[in-house]
Design a protein around this ligand. Structure first.
Ligand code: SF4
Length: 377
């Protein structure tokens, strides 16, 4: 039986954050959101395949919780009616802490969602304002408590470091606040200021300052050390979990396996083709409801690119790349095909070989992008 994860994109946000370069929009009215749900269900039904087993579903955005619980449950029910979703499938949804009322989260839990990921970013209210987030630290704490009462035990929060004018002390306080919640999963990323965002323009004009590279590395190091001391396993460059709470959906990405992408701007990867849907919600809605082609871009990924991407993504996992699985998939051993790259980075102590894996060293984690890029054609 064919196996595939499912990603569902909800492109709505209450307010666009100044650093965001995701396919996310504010200001859409309820009527458009309702039509978006119709369009999304239509797209899912068009791909219906009861012979495809689905072990994980992830609703991301944007802010999925901009939709009502009944709308989200309807989308999930459409997926369940269209594919062979595992009984124990991991069904995640990203949520804004401010949307986490007991009634709302209880309805999502009853609808079948079993994993919540809150976009917290920091517990420092001054920094939250600076990065345009609309919740405060206390709302994030309350959201976690409410989620537990609603029946969610699999809870994750996203945190970000290298925020404007953030100090190491600020960051350590946020980490300690997160650990105090005793949740089973944390995703911890540095803020990347992408070209085209308001933050990029402000930085270029000297109106926004960010921690230096050295300070950023110290924050990353503090996250790793403190999370491990707090009982988390650092299982991926940016992710930390208590035993058995690793994100199953994201592991599909990191192993470069297949997944559907439904919704505006969603990316899917099937049969070696990476396809991106129409990004603009209104055009996506019109096209889906009129039975048109939703694919805006598609690319057949070459074998060399697939191997390179499998290594790049696999190196994100702290366990590294399973050498036998690589050989079984591509019919060539990674140690032979990439002998010179491996030798170079083992010599410089950024990569290490175990009996059956190749992985980043602790030092290599801090130069991960450089090492990963060396394996791309
Ligand atoms: S909440 Fe997330 S997706 Fe929405 S604008 Fe902010 S960063 Fe972007």
């Amino acid at each position: 039986m064919r196996v595939s994860g499912i990603y569902v994109h909800i492109p709505f946000c209450a307010k666009k954050c100044g650093y965001c370069d995701f396919n996310a929009y504010s200001g859409y009215k309820d009527g458009t959101k309702a039509r978006y749900v119709d369009a999304l269900c239509r797209e899912i039904e068009n791909f219906a395949d009861p012979a495809t087993r689905v072990p994980t579903i992830f609703f991301g955005g944007g802010t999925p919780t901009m939709l009502s619980a009944s709308a989200l449950n309807r989308i999930l029910a459409t997926i369940q009616a269209s594919f062979a979703v595992d009984q124990d499938a991991e069904i995640s949804i990203e949520a804004n802490p401010d949307d986490a009322s007991p009634e709302y989260l209880t309805a999502l839990r009853e609808g079948g969602f079993n994993r919540l990921s809150f976009g917290v970013q920091t517990f420092n209210d001054r920094l939250l304002k600076m990065i345009d987030r609309i919740h405060d630290g206390d709302a994030a704490r309350r959201a976690v408590t409410t989620a537990r009462i609603a029946g969610f035990d699999n809870i994750s929060i996203d945190l970000m470091f290298a925020l404007p004018r953030q100090t190491l002390a600020d960051w350590e306080t946020t980490l300690d606040s997160a650990f105090a919640l005793d949740i089973p999963h944390l995703s911890i990323y540095s803020l990347i200021v992408e070209e085209g965002t308001p933050f990029y323009a402000r930085r270029e004009r000297g109106r926004m300052t960010f921690p230096s590279e050295k300070a950023e590395a110290a924050m990353f190091g503090a996250a790793i050390q403190r999370a491990v001391n707090a009982g988390y396993q650092h299982y991926e460059v940016s992710n930390y979990a208590k035993p058995d709470y690793e994100s199953r959906h994201n592991q599909i990405y990191w192993r470069n396996e297949e997944y559907y992408g439904f919704g505006a701007g969603a990316v899917g990867y099937r049969d070696g083709v990476r396809a991106t849907n129409i990004c603009r919600p209104t055009r996506y809605i019109e096209t889906a409801l009129s039975g048109g082609n939703l694919t805006e871009e598609s690319e057949k990924v070459s074998l060399a690119d697939t191997m390179g991407e499998t290594i790049m993504l696999g190196l994100r996992l702290r366990a590294g790349i399973d050498l036998q699985a690589f050989a079984d998939r591509f019919g060539i051993r990674m140690e032979e095909r990439y002998a010179s790259e491996i030798e170079r980075y083992v010599r410089t102590e950024l990569l290490e070989c175990t009996a059956d894996h190749i992985r980043l060293t602790q030092r290599g984690l801090f130069l991960a992008n450089e090492v990963m890029a060396a394996f791309l054609p």
